[in-house]
Design a protein around this ligand. Structure first.
Ligand SMILES: Cc1cc2nc3c(=O)[nH]c(=O)nc-3n(C[C@H](O)[C@H](O)[C@H](O)COP(=O)(O)OP(=O)(O)OC[C@H]3O[C@@H](n4cnc5c(N)ncnc54)[C@H](O)[C@@H]3O)c2cc1C
Length: 406
C-alpha cells in the first residue's frame, strides 16, 4: 500500500466514518476508509438502541436490525418496577457489528476503498496535502497522501489529539462527562427472552449500579444484551464486571442462569463534553462523531448523533472539494451545534447530575419521585424525553433539578 493517494482519507469505520465515507463515495469522491479492526463485525461494543425515526432518516436496512421494541421497563430504585407500552414500535436495537459492516460495504459499492487492520498514528501537512501514517498488523508503516483527512476514530481522537490539552481547568474537567460500559451478549432460554422482548429495560438506583445504570435489551430471539455503565470510573467502586454479575443474579433465576451462555463480552468508553467546545478540525484535518462529543450521556447514546455529524459535514466537504474553497467548512461546528439543538447541553447536565449523584438513599428517593411523576405519561412521552430531550414538557418544576439547584 506504499504511497497511496486519495482525495479523502476517513480514519475509523464506526457509524460516523462509515456514513461519511458512503456519502462521499456515492457523490463520486475518491475515498479511502480505514479501521484498526480486522473485522468490523467483531468488537461490537455498543448496545445500539435507537428510535424508529432515526432508522428511517438514515435509510438503514432490515439486515442491521436485531430487534424492535415498543415499550420501556424501569426497574428500581430498589424493588420498584414501572412499565409503559405503545401500540406501534418505537425503536430498534441494532446489530452494531452489522451496521458498521453495512456502511463499509455501501462505501465499497459506490467505488470507495475500504482497508481494515490499519491503525493511523500520525497526520502532518505536506505543502497543499496531508500525509497520514498507518501501521498494519505486521507492524509495517504505510503513508497515505490525501487532500482531506477525517478523524472518525471515536472518543480517542487518534489524529486530532485530546480535546483539551493540559493544563485543564476545573471548569473544563466538570464539562467532560466520562462513562465506562461493560456488556454481555447472552443466549438465553426462549421463555426467558420473551420476558424481556419488545421493550428496553433499565435498572436504576444506587443499589443496582451506583453512579450509573444497567440495561437489558432484546436482540434476535433467544439473545439478550445485558450491560452496566458507570460515570467517572471510581477505584473504590466494585469492578463493573462484578456489578454486571450481581445484576444477572437479581434479574435471572438460578435455572435461567445455568441455561444461559455468554456469547460475547465487550465494552468501551463514552466520553463527551457537555458544552461541546472540542476542536472540530485543523485545516484539512476534520473530526466527526464521538471525536467531537456527539455521544449523549443521558441514555448513553451516540450512534444517530454520530451519523448526523456525517450528514452535516458531507455537503460542506463536497462543496469545498468541488469549489476548491474551504470557506463553507467554517460553518461546520455551528451547523452541527444547531443540528444537535439547544436542549443538548441541558441533557448533558441532567446526565451528570442524575448519574453522578446516584450514590445512596437520598439520591434514590429523588430519582424515585422523578420516576413517579412519569407514571401517568405514555411510552411515546418517555421516548420524547430520552431521545428528543423534551424536558420542558415536564414543566418548570424540573428546571432547578436540571440546572443543579436541587
Ligand atoms: C457500552 C456502550 C454502550 C453503548 N450503547 C449505545 C446505545 O444503546 N445506543 C447508541 O446510540 N449509542 C450507544 N453507545 C455509544 C455509541 O456506540 C457511540 O456514540 C458511537 O459508536 C460513536 O460512533 P463513532 O463512529 O463516532 O465512533 P466509534 O463507534 O467509536 O468508531 C470509531 C472507529 O475508529 C476506529 N479507530 C479508533 N482509533 C483508530 C486508529 N488510530 N486508526 C484506525 N481506526 C481507529 C475504531 O476501531 C472504531 O471502529 C454505547 C457505547 C458504549 C461504550
Amino acid at each position: 500500500m506504499a504511497g497511496l493517494r486519495t482525495q479523502v482519507l476517513v480514519v475509523g469505520a464506526g457509524p460516523a466514518g462509515g456514513e461519511l465515507a458512503r456519502q462521499l463515495a456515492a457523490a463520486g469522491v475518491a475515498v479511502l476508509l480505514v479501521d484498526q479492526l480486522a473485522d468490523l463485525s467483531q468488537a461490537a461494543f455498543s448496545s445500539a438502541a435507537m428510535p424508529f425515526a432515526s432508522l428511517e432518516r438514515f435509510g438503514l436496512p432490515a439486515q442491521v436490525v436485531a430487534s424492535r421494541w415498543r415499550g420501556w421497563q424501569l426497574l428500581g430504585p430498589s424493588q420498584e418496577r414501572r412499565s409503559w407500552t405503545a401500540q406501534a414500535p418505537l425503536g430498534v436495537v441494532l446489530d452494531f457489528g452489522a451496521l458498521r459492516q453495512w456502511l463499509a460495504d455501501q462505501c465499497s459499492r459506490f467505488g470507495g476503498d475500504v482497508r481494515l487492520g490499519l491503525r493511523a498514528f500520525d497526520c502532518q501537512s505536506q505543502g497543499p496535502v496531508l500525509r497520514t501514517l498507518l501501521r498494519d498488523r505486521q507492524g509495517r508503516v504505510h503513508a497515505v497522501i490525501s487532500d482531506w483527512v477525517i478523524d472518525a476514530s471515536g472518543q480517542g481522537r487518534a489524529l486530532l489529539g485530546p480535546s483539551r490539552p493540559p493544563p485543564r481547568t476545573e471548569r473544563a474537567d466538570r464539562d467532560l462527562v466520562e462513562g465506562v460500559g461493560v456488556e454481555w451478549l447472552l443466549q438465553v432460554p426462549l421463555a426467558c427472552w420473551q420476558r424481556w422482548s419488545d421493550q428496553l429495560s433499565f435498572c436504576l438506583g444506587s443499589d443496582w449500579v451506583a453512579q450509573g445504570y444497567g440495561w437489558i435489551f432484546p436482540m434476535a430471539p433467544g439473545q439478550l444484551k445485558v450491560g452496566v455503565c458507570r460515570l467517572r470510573p471510581d477505584q473504590l467502586q466494585p469492578p463493573l464486571g462484578r456489578v454486571l454479575e450481581q445484576l444477572l443474579e437479581r434479574l435471572f433465576s438460578p435455572d435461567e442462569r445455568r441455561a444461559s451462555v455468554v456469547l460475547d463480552r465487550h465494552g468501551g468508553l463514552i466520553v463527551s463534553s457537555i458544552r461541546r467546545r472540542d476542536c472540530h478540525g485543523r485545516g484539512q484535518l476534520l473530526a466527526i462523531g464521538d471525536a467531537v462529543s456527539t455521544a449523549n450521556l443521558l441514555g448513553g447514546e451516540g450512534i444517530r448523533h454520530a451519523l448526523s455529524s456525517s450528514r452535516v459535514l458531507a455537503p460542506l466537504l463536497l462543496g469545498a472539494i468541488q469549489s476548491r474553497q474551504p470557506f463553507a467548512l467554517r460553518r461546520y461546528e455551528q451547523l452541527l451545534a444547531q443540528q444537535l439543538g439547544w436542549r443538548w447541553s441541558l441533557s448533558g447536565r441532567l446526565a451528570r447530575r442524575t448519574w453522578l449523584s446516584l450514590t445512596g438513599p437520598e439520591a434514590d428517593r429523588r430519582l424515585s419521585s422523578l420516576l413517579a411523576g412519569l407514571e401517568s405519561r405514555r411510552a411515546e412521552d418517555l421516548a420524547a424525553l430520552l431521545f428528543d430531550y423534551r424536558f420542558e414538557r415536564y414543566g418548570l418544576r424540573s428546571l432547578p433539578y436540571l440546572l443543579g439547584w436541587r
